[in-house]
Design a protein around this ligand. Structure first.
Ligand code: SF4
Length: 709
């Protein structure tokens, strides 16, 4: 494509899916940002990250040539050498061990077509060991939604929520910082027209401040202790059930909906029979009357919508956390119509699509289970080879198995040293592997462990499709390549697939050709073409050509086996690690508006780095006094897995006994401290709760003893 004219594409950061334009400037490598005034999602608005996104396209750190490690040092190599090494090592591992000795990491920063081809390559190689970063963010949400409602995605869309929702119940999510345009454009508009916000979060943040939640009686912030979401929601549900007993005419629950469209209500009631609301409120650290008032606001509104984030999903009880949100929505009939639902706010710009196209160990494109014979056969007919019928390992399990059952890793655009919990251990495990190939745009903390690195193009230099948080599939378009010797991810995968298997199943004319195959095997994308996507995109499901897609799901029934929504009572499960004498504080984590996940791109953006150049830890004033910490002091924050040095921010944004920090900054990342214990079904790690201690850093870099009380 000519790069002289601006091209319409999608912001590479969060899952809102804002449209932007990029244009090649006068100088080589100068790629400029331009607003896209009538972009379908954001109508020209943009947040600080989106506006700064082009700053990394021609960054001086870009990888510009293939690299091969020899005697512990990287040297420049030709593409031919790099491909030969990858094909020979992957073939050797398959022959010496078995196909399940390789793991494949897809990337939610790359496009649907690229992830589709990566998971096809893994399966042709003979393994289902393929996963993506949804494992770190919403694997538990996807599990609960898919099992209890039918689809692992937002039930509603930003448009219908803005128009119809009366209550926004935001639990464990921070759209004010993580989805700024959704917050400022859609949620804020609804609030201006009278909607109420109930925020449930251990940390006060820009979402709290953007709605001035603390300054009005209409909105509420329930600042619970990390890891007490189940008891809090159980108080909400029990309050609604009790009030319905007392005044059924008010319709606290929706009896008709429960009767006609759900199953499991009796189980929920039984679970809550001996549930003690007072004791639970104490456990949550929130006054009981506040939770009861929030329950009333949710139940009495015409349309209430739940928004759920990683504060809910990143727990060992992540699936049950989300199940309890589903319970609340189902008993009040808040599903299947505009302005309602259970809506995960997805993190990366294509994390929804990466899951949709099957880059997960248990599902094929369209969430068809790999162990479902019929589904597998229908995909095999198109692909022309057998797919392994057992679910593979998740990405954290692959890391855990490094040097044991796993000997090789192929990583496309992921950075597990920064993104997985217990980063110090991840580094040690990578050293155990016989072979690592990485394709990326920068020398990431993970790429340093690779044997071969392939320099890829950035989001601004190529085309394809991405799927945003409300299931809208949109096209990205690129300007000319900035560095001649880089290659598009798709071209790299086609070449490796063709060389490894000496067949044409990995040869495609172009990216659209890959999409044409993808839609044949992915039922919810089946009706889409590049032409029909146009500039507006289409919300899946879109089963047949001509379908316009759905703004909200489940109007007539749920996509479960029985067609009924699944209610299931759940009980409190404390975090795997709780404070004790040695580690008396509870560490929880969150992200900042100015940075993005592992920081690979955002830390290289001058604008974003200027705004927030370093990590910090929020400490409650009472804890600060106890430890003799003053605002701005350097402190050592420690868990059983490691220590980081960060600046203390003394603030009531966090609760007493709880410290809060972020994962974005390499040496001082929260993930040097976080716990890699997993939810036993969705295998998501418990990033949101770990025991910790804190002390002022003394001159030699060690931690001082805490002051006596
Ligand atoms: Fe990009 Fe998200 Fe900001 Fe929109 S809200 S500009 S998609 S980071």
């Amino acid at each position: 494509m000519s790069s002289e004219e601006p091209v319409k594409t999608i912001c590479p950061y969060c899952g809102v899916g804002c449209g932007i334009q990029v244009k090649q400037g006068e100088e080589p490598g100068d790629v400029q940002f331009m607003p896209w005034g009538d972009a379908p999602v954001n109508e020209g608005r943009i947040c600080i990250k989106g506006g700064a996104a082009t700053q990394v396209v021609d960054h001086e750190d870009r990888l510009t040539d293939p690299l091969i490690k020899e005697d512990g040092e990287f040297r420049e190599a030709t593409w031919e050498e790099a491909y030969e090494m990858i094909v020979s090592e992957m073939s050797r591992i398959r022959d010496e061990y078995n196909p399940d000795a390789m793991g494949f990491f897809g990337s939610s920063k790359t496009m649907n077509e690229e992830n589709y081809l990566l998971q096809k390559l893994a399966r042709r190689y003979g393994t289902n060991n393929v996963d993506n970063c949804t494992r770190m963010c919403h694997a538990s949400t996807v599990w609960a939604l898919r099992t209890s409602l039918g689809a692992g995605a937002m039930t509603n869309s930003m448009e219908d929520l803005e128009e119809a929702a009366d209550v926004f119940w935001i639990q464990g999510a921070n759209p004010g910082e993580q989805h700024p345009i959704a917050n400022s454009q859609y949620f804020r508009q609804a609030v201006l027209e009278g909607a109420t916000v109930i925020q449930v979060d251990p940390h006060a943040n820009k979402t709290t401040r953007s709605f001035k939640i603390d300054e009005t009686d209409r909105h509420m912030h329930l600042q619970l202790k990390p890891g007490t979401d189940i008891p809090l929601l159980n108080i909400v549900i029990k309050t609604i059930l009790e009030r319905h007993e007392e005044e059924p005419e008010k319709g606290w629950i929706d009896e008709e909906f429960i009767e006609a469209r759900t199953e499991g209500f009796e189980h929920l009631k039984e679970t809550l029979e001996d549930f003690d609301k007072e004791a639970a409120a104490e456990e949550c650290g929130v006054p009981l009357e506040d939770i009861e008032l929030a329950a009333e606001k949710y139940a009495m509104a015409n349309n209430s919508a739940i928004f759920t984030g990683m504060g809910m999903s990143q727990h060992t009880c992540g699936v049950d956390n989300v199940q309890n949100e589903i319970n609340l929505a189902l008993i009040t009939g808040n599903l299947g119509r505009p302005g309602t639902g259970v809506n995960p706010l997805r993190g990366q710009n294509n994390v929804q699509g990466t899951c949709d196209v099957g880059a997960m160990p248990n599902v094929l494109p369209g969430y068809q289970l790999v162990d479902d014979d019929e589904a597998r056969k229908s995909v095999e007919e198109v692909w022309g080879f057998e797919i392994p019928d057992e679910p593979g390992l998740t990405n954290v399990e692959i890391s855990h198995e490094a040097g044991k059952s796993i000997q090789g890793l192929f990583i496309m655009g992921e950075n597990p040293v920064m993104s997985e919990p217990d980063g110090n251990q991840v580094e040690k495990r990578l050293e155990e592997l016989e072979f690592i190939a990485v394709q990326d745009i920068f020398m990431t903390e993970t790429a340093k462990f690779a044997d071969v690195i392939l320099p890829a193009t950035t989001w601004a230099e190529r085309g394809g499709t991405v799927t945003n948080t409300d299931r809208r599939v949109q096209r990205m378009r690129g300007v000319d390549k900035v560095h001649e010797n880089t290659k598009h991810d798709l071209d790299i995968l086609m070449e490796i697939g063709s060389r490894l298997f000496e067949e044409e199943k990995f040869r495609f004319e172009d990216v659209e050709d890959v999409f044409e195959e993808l839609r044949q095997v992915c039922p919810s994308y089946h009706g889409m073409t590049y032409d029909s996507l146009g500039e507006e995109g289409i919300h899946w499901p879109c089963y047949e050509p001509g379908d316009e897609g759905d703004l909200f799901l489940y109007e007539d029934g749920f996509e479960t086996e029985s067609g009924l929504g699944q209610i299931e009572g759940v009980r409190h499960q404390p975090p795997a690690e709780v404070p004790d004498e040695e580690y008396p504080l509870l560490l929880t984590t969150g992200r900042l508006e100015e940075h993005y996940n592992t920081g690979t791109m955002s830390r290289r953006s001058p604008t974003l780095n200027r705004q927030q150049p370093e990590n910090f830890v929020d400490v409650h004033p009472t804890d600060a006094e106890h430890y003799g910490i003053e605002d701005g002091d350097m402190v050592t924050l420690k868990s059983r897995r490691g220590a980081i040095e960060v600046k203390a921010q003394v603030t009531e944004d966090t609760k007493e006994g709880v410290v809060w920090t972020t994962p974005h900054f390499a040496a001082a990342s929260a993930n040097r401290l976080t716990n890699d214990v997993l939810d036993d079904r969705a295998k998501i790690p418990e990033y949101k709760a770990a025991a910790a201690e804190i002390a002022i850093t003394v001159g030699d870099g060690s931690a001082a003893e805490p002051a006596d009380d």
